[in-house]
Design a protein around this ligand. Structure first.
Ligand SMILES: [Zn+2]
Ligand SMILES: [Zn+2]
Length: 300
């Protein structure tokens, strides 16, 4: 193990070593892992505000070394809250978009509210998350499932056209619909270098399709799961220089917190795991992934 700096606890393997001791190590020994200078490129802070724990959550994130967070819009419920949050906190940026699981028959009403966000002083850093989700469709009503999926396609197409018009980066949510998402983006004429498939949970074959087009995949705690070997292969195929990491909190906590509610601070577990996966120091890992996230979302 090479010498490491900062608060750094190897969360995996037999060698659980606390490298730097000091006053803060008490917090580390309490179970919090840190990596200085990382960016949570996809999180949902609304859930923490609803629980009344937003301040503590942001404090824990700062303690864990997070320097920026991109909080991702899913519906009219959270867009204004995020715009306001980004104005109040210098470390927070936001996106606006209709998540496929929030597409209703009247989605066009919500859609008409998206573009005005780009006239605000504090603009969204991307349009999203948008896309297609087969996983949450009704399971015992084929006709209803088909109808909802058609609405998802229509809402995704409209939002892709808007992203093209605004020249905005796009955050794609794709669950059980990778090929269809790729086809929709191809057909839209959106600049693929502005597209990220967030929570990339496919394999190297799918990653190659993104790379061939200039697109990106960003990775959640799923990459730390034991059975996620093909996800790790996809991350390696993309390479460290193109990598972005995210929590997607409050969902998908990384090991060793799997199954618990996730929070931005836990990004440090994913970052620590990935630094080892790529065989680089925490400093190099943070520098590369933060540079990529800042470039993709034009974070000032
Ligand atoms: Zn998503
Ligand atoms: Zn999300």
């Amino acid at each position: 193990m090479e010498p490491l700096h900062g608060r750094y606890l190897r969360p995996f393997g037999l060698n659980r070593t606390l490298v730097v001791l000091g006053l803060r190590s008490i917090a580390v020994l309490g179970g919090l892992v840190g990596m200085a200078g990382i960016v949570d490129s996809h999180t949902h802070l609304h859930s923490f505000a609803l629980k009344g724990v937003l301040d503590e959550t942001l404090e824990a994130a700062a303690e864990a070394g997070l320097e920026r967070l991109v909080t991702v819009g899913t519906d009219t419920d959270d867009w204004d809250f995020y715009a306001d949050l980004a104005e109040r906190y210098s470390q927070i940026d936001y996106t606006v978009g209709i998540h496929p699981c929030h597409v209703e028959a009247d989605w066009e009403d919500a859609f008409s509210l998206i573009e005005p966000f780009w006239s605000r002083a504090g603009k969204p850093v991307a349009l999203g998350e948008i896309g297609l989700d087969r996983f949450h469709l009704p399971r015992n009503d084929e006709a209803a499932a088909k109808e909802i999926f058609a609405l998802q396609v229509a809402a995704c197409e409209a939002q892709l056209q808007l992203a093209k018009q605004l020249d905005a980066p796009v955050v794609i949510h794709s669950r059980g619909a990778f090929e269809e998402c790729v086809e929709l983006i191809d057909a839209s004429g959106v600049d693929w270098t502005k597209v990220v498939f967030h929570c990339f949970s496919e394999g190297p074959g799918e990653m190659k399709q993104l790379l061939d087009r200039g697109g990106f995949g960003s990775f959640t705690g799923v990459i730390t799961f034991k059975n996620a070997e093909s996800v790790r292969e996809a991350a390696k195929l993309q390479g460290l220089d193109r990598l972005m990491i995210e929590t997607d909190a409050p969902y998908l906590a990384p090991m060793p917190k799997r199954g618990k509610p996730n929070e931005p601070a836990y990004l440090a577990y994913t970052a620590t795991y990935c630094a080892e996966l790529f065989g680089v120091s925490p400093e190099e890992f943070a520098e590369k992934t933060t540079g990529r996230a800042k470039a993709f979302y034009s974070l000032g």
